[in-house]
Write a protein that binds this ligand. Sequence first.
Ligand SMILES: [Zn+2]
Length: 89
Amino acid sequence: MKNVTTKKSSSPLKIYCDIFGHKYEMTKKVTSHVKEYTCTCCKRQLTTSGNGKLTELTPKYQEINAILADIYTRRMSRLKQKSLSSSIY
Ligand SMILES: [Zn+2]
């Protein structure tokens, strides 16, 4: 008889985070105010919410951030074009 030890998904890393706190690293800059963070231990993801506080990165927030990033990059490229054309004159 084979003794197969099936480990459950309660990883020791998660326990580490529970005790010592998460170790967040910025993984994505959405806008100059909104950023996404990922815990290097348990891969938990956070994002900056509308009120400037950190909140869990849910699929809904991922969607919001994608839209925000789109608006932000478009605005930035427009600003760049403006400053470029104004520097010509
Ligand atoms: Zn963690």
